[in-house]
Design a protein around this ligand. Structure first.
Ligand code: OAD
Length: 240
């Protein structure tokens, strides 16, 4: 990691008027939030089918909520790390800036970014299964599982589960940001989950220089302009 040559990607970033960024769970790993795949990943110990699908919630809302409640407890203790902070600096500097994240942890908001597209929703918001109302709730732990809406309906976490569409219009906005950017940063995602991962080739085909930052190789490492292997919290502050 210490002998990574950052001069070329640093120059691309410095010269770009517009930047789009795709982040995944790896950017929060150094804050102590577990990733989903790879070493220590949640999907090694839990089955997504049991916890992160609409069918799982219909079958056992309390079980699903216990898992989300536990994750909310972990995230509540976490602080944004130098990688999150570096992206705030980038937003301050760049006229055209979009942060597209698959993370539901809210650490980009806490760090201070403003222009965020949360492709997979937000663990700190709840949504009523009955009337569709959607509201913030940061209580940790939640006093009663599953939580309920004022209308009496059961509330779910306002996140995207497997098999569900992304929030209305958000992928279009993400694509627009990706095709308008001269630099597309891909940080801490295994690039396994679609449609989010499709933004990587989309940005490159649209002419952006694509820079990947990841501790491990991903399916796109050989199809980007620059793949930087190492922890985002160490590399990003040196890049921006
Ligand atoms: P993953 O857990 O699949 O991937 C995390 C990536 O971060 C891996 O490629 C790691 O190598 C990398 N990584 C770990 N620590 C890092 C560090 N310190 N610096 C840089 N990279 C690091 O997470 P996502 O790609 O975000 O969706 O997963 C995508 C979606 O799958 C999630 O949003 C979630 C999950 O199931 C839903 O729940 C719908």
């Amino acid at each position: 990691m210490s002998d990574l040559d950052l001069s070329q990607p640093r120059e691309w970033i410095a010269q770009a008027a517009g930047i789009a960024i795709l982040t995944g769970a790896g950017i929060s790993a150094e804050s102590g939030v577990p990733t989903f795949r790879g070493a220590g990943g949640l999907w090694n110990d839990y089955r997504a089918e049991d916890l992160a699908t609409p069918e799982a919630f219909t079958r056992d809302p309390k079980l699903v909520w216990q898992w989300y409640n536990w994750r909310r407890e972990l995230i509540a203790k976490a602080e944004p790390n130098p990688a999150h902070h570096a992206l705030v600096q980038l937003e301050i500097r760049k006229r055209i800036f979009t942060l597209i994240t698959q993370n539901v942890d809210g650490l980009h908001d806490r760090a201070g970014n403003g222009k965020i597209l949360k492709l997979h929703g937000d663990i700190w918001r709840l949504r009523c299964m009955q009337c569709g109302a959607n509201w913030p709730d940061r209580r940790v732990p939640l006093p009663k599982l599953p939580p309920h809406c004022q209308c009496g309906g059961i509330a779910r976490p306002n996140v995207v589960w497997f098999g569900e569409p992304l929030p209305d219009g958000m992928m279009k906005e993400a694509e627009h940001a990706s095709e308008s950017a001269q630099v597309f940063l891909v940080i801490g995602t295994s690039a396994n989950v679609y449609p989010a991962a499709s933004l990587i080739p989309y940005a490159r085909q649209s002419g952006a220089k694509v820079i990947e930052i990841n501790t491990e190789e991903t399916p796109y490492s050989n199809a980007v302009d620059c793949a930087l292997r190492g922890p985002a919290g160490e590399i990003l502050p040196k890049l921006v």
